[in-house]
Design a protein around this ligand. Sequence first.
Ligand SMILES: *Cc1c(COP(=O)(O)O)cnc(C)c1O
Length: 458
Amino acid sequence: MKLPFIEPYRIKTVEEIKFSTREERSRWIEEKHFNLFNLESDKVIIDLLTDSGTGAMSDKQWAEMMLGDESYAGSRSFQKLQNTIEKLTGFPYLIPTHQGRAAENVLFSVMVKEGNIIPGNTHFDTTKGHIEFRKAHAVDCTIDEAFEVDREHPFKGNIDLKKLENLYQKHGKENIPLTLITVTCNSSGGQPVSIENIRAVKKLSDQYGIPVFFDAARFAENAYFIKQREEEFRDQSIKAIVKEMFSYADGMTMSSKKDGLVNIGGFLAMHDEKLYQEAGNFGIIYEGYLTYGGLAGRDLGALAQGLDEATEYDYLHARISQVEYLGEKLRSFGIPIQYPIGGHAVFVDALQFYPQLSREDFPAQTLGIELYKEAGVRGVEIGTLLADRDPETRKNRYPKLELLRLAIPRRTYTQNHLDYIATALKNVYDRRDEIKSGYEIEWEAPILRHFTVKLKKK
Ligand SMILES: *Cc1c(COP(=O)(O)O)cnc(C)c1O
């Protein structure tokens, strides 16, 4: 018999989960204006809001916390991080930042001007926020297959080269300061990008003189999928694949809270010295001196160790198999989810789950509220609330997909937790016909509204 996958670690520290009743949860979520971001974590039993900064550090990472060098400039911890990042990615220039979005802010402060076009596969929400804040435009060039939820395609994060070239021809390098490839592509379902596609994007971009950057939050998970699904790389180590991926990029922004396996942090890294110097000025104003960037020395050390662990096959195999286990279980219950199952999360298709609801009912948010009430499981809407309004017309944008994301924190939950989640969602699915209407907006912020929106029952 084939042995099942097991986690390549055992547990040394545990954290208590507080239980609650359905009555309590129904009351709490109403008090919080039906926004799952407003809930205190003690009121959540299993927290799948995000995989960002919610993972568990290893004993070796905790050891790095003790080894942290808190020198203002040139700390050993910074050097350790720089060496690790250069070894993994090939980028010699590093600017640490306090999060991924801060790296975006620093980079875009140099590169993005009003009216610019930033093509890519589906941009992450903060990335889009930083682009639109500068009155520039994030243009989605993801392949059409990514938006057909039932469609099996190994690399749904791929960029459509025709769409990209059309933009290049229309706007040219004068108006396109960079193309951004998000690996894996979060907004279209944690879907990977193939090396073949990355190579082609780089080649095309070189022809037009446009630099290619990676939004690399989940670069290690992307590399795992490449190993699984791209014949050429079947026998290569994750670290070799990572190196190859980054060899086609001019630079990267990173949220260390994902594949950095730490609870806070980010960075940008690049080849170009001049860009490094210009970005460094903004880094210093916004984040702190060049060798700490809003982080403590101990954070930099833990990140260096985390990046090394996240690019080990055994870790990635257990991680991605866990996500797949949950997805397959939901699939066996007939629950509509996005295929193939993504790297960090399972995405439930709310339009198929609640066909009786209209888009104005916010079906994915409605599903998230029902799942919370049922079992205290907190997911997050990736749909109309997140898509926000068009910055010019102020009209609601209705994205092609309306999903409830169940993001799995790294090294945090066990298989029993996953079975609990799946059963909870099955119960909600069995009662799906009882839901006749959803929610409407009572109050919203002018940008990134999903974090603070207040909703009421329709
Ligand atoms: C999380 C994330 C970001 C933003 O990073 P923060 O650390 O949350 O600021 C940017 N891009 C992608 C793809 C992400 O997943």
